[in-house]
Design a protein around this ligand. Structure first.
Ligand code: CA
Length: 221
């Protein structure tokens, strides 16, 4: 899952980036509204965390422009405590949730998990397909109830496919969502990860639709 963080206060940005990276999200962090708008307009994010008070263009204006252009990714806004009119305006402008500063980092993570789940129609923090389960709170993968050791990239791949269970996901979409700005991106490397996962989680867990992409479903072919 790939997240855009828009926050101009370096200390807050650092703490959020650390927490999200620790929870195995790929994070692109930007510090002004113009850059944020451009990134959100041209890249495909699973979630945006958006501060409202920003240099160059304020967060509300950024959000309104995205929504007017049809960008529907979930947006969690960050506001100063006690500024409820700002929060109301943010939600009216198309924010999905808000968090008042100062916040506990655990709450940021919980809201991020919930918003990403909801945006793809998943209700539970534990995602399943057949014998495979992914516990998004404990960041564990289980096969028939037994924990399976996976790499961070393998975890992100399982997580993305399970969040989009029942839909064929192209390799270009996977590459977009599993890798950050600084990662090398490579479709052959992706195929190698899929092969490794089939070894760990059974040959039927990820189905390849030649020319279309990858599919995880409850009833593998
Ligand atoms: Ca700010």
């Amino acid at each position: 899952m790939r997240i855009l963080l828009v926050e101009d206060e370096p200390k807050i940005a650092y703490s959020i980036v650390s927490a999200l990276t620790g929870a195995n999200y790929r994070v692109d962090a930007v510090r002004d509204g113009e850059t944020a708008w451009f990134r959100g307009d041209t890249e495909d994010y699973d979630l945006v965390i958006l501060d409202l008070g920003l240099p160059k263009m304020d967060g509300l204006a950024v959000l309104k422009r995205w929504r007017a252009a049809g960008k529907m990714m979930p947006v969690l806004i960050l506001t100063a405590r006690g500024t409820w009119p700002e929060r109301v305006e943010g939600i009216d402008a198309g924010a999905d949730d808000y968090l008042a500063k100062p916040f506990q980092i655990e709450e940021v993570l919980a809201r991020v998990r919930a918003l990403i789940r909801r945006s793809v129609g998943q209700g539970s923090a534990i995602l399943t397909a057949g014998p495979i389960a992914l516990d998004t709170r404990q960041m564990r993968v289980l096969f028939d109830g037994a924990p399976v050791s996976v790499s961070p990239l393998e975890y992100r791949l399982i997580g993305y496919l399970l969040h989009h269970k029942g839909r064929v996901v192209s390799s270009s979409e996977l590459i977009e969502h599993l890798y950050g700005d600084d990662d090398a991106r490579d479709a052959n490397a992706l195929e190698a990860v899929v092969t490794r996962l089939r070894r760990k989680l059974g040959p039927d867990f990820i189905e390849t639709r030649r020319g279309f992409g990858y599919l995880v479903s409850d009833e593998p072919a």
